[in-house]
Design a protein around this ligand. Structure first.
Ligand SMILES: [Zn+2]
Length: 203
């Protein structure tokens, strides 16, 4: 970056450039836009970023982001307490819950096993999961981790772990398969393989 750029602007651009989807050029554009905003708007944005740190924390039950402890989902007594749905990230939980068809508990794993990126079992929040299962309420664990290779590996690791330590807990996973409206001939091999593997009986 040019040495003629004033230091405060340079510092901001360097920070912005670390955000996903922003390189140095678009970070500079974003910073220039902020400079054109009325001062009150810029300050409000700054306060918003501050508040993220000051007012949000991770729910001790599920690991989700919340302004209250426990979060609204964990505190909701109308939800069933014997089913736990494990998701990778907090936004997956939001998406699943928006559907309104799942009324059990959630837990956020915080990542997936990816040995090549040095994401081992210690980088996941497995302790929280074990503590929760240890409480004895959960009868079914639903793995909703996605269908990537990393998700498959992580699901299989957790499945083994639960089978060994909590043999009474049923472990299930989201069905994989052909999206609504799609045709078999256009499906990729992996989707077809999983659709066959997790095929359902017709009732
Ligand atoms: Zn929670």
């Amino acid at each position: 970056m040019s040495s003629r750029i004033p230091e405060p602007l340079k510092a901001l651009v360097e920070q912005l450039a670390r955000l996903p989807g922003l390189g140095p050029k678009s970070a500079m554009r974003a910073a220039m836009t902020l400079l054109k905003w009325p001062e009150a708007e810029t300050r409000r944005l700054g306060r918003g970023i501050h508040d993220l740190r000051d007012k949000l924390h991770l729910c001790s039950r599920c690991g989700g982001l919340s302004a209250q402890e426990p979060c609204a989902v964990c505190a909701d007594d109308s939800r069933t307490r014997d089913t736990l749905c494990l998701v990778t990230e907090w936004d997956s939980m939001l998406t699943l819950d928006e559907g309104g068809f799942y009324r059990g508990q959630y837990m956020i794993l915080g990542g997936l096993l990816a040995p090549l990126e040095k994401m081992g079992t210690d980088s996941l929040d497995l302790d929280r999961l074990v503590r929760r299962l240890d409480e004895g309420e959960i009868q079914e664990l639903i793995l909703a981790l996605g269908a990537t290779i990393e998700a498959e590996n992580t699901a299989s690791y957790i499945h083994q772990m639960v089978r060994g330590r909590f043999p009474h807990i049923r472990v299930s996973r989201l069905a994989q398969g052909i999206p609504l409206g799609a045709e078999v001939k256009y499906m990729d091999k992996e989707t077809l393989r999983q659709s066959l593997q997790y095929r359902q009986n017709l009732v």
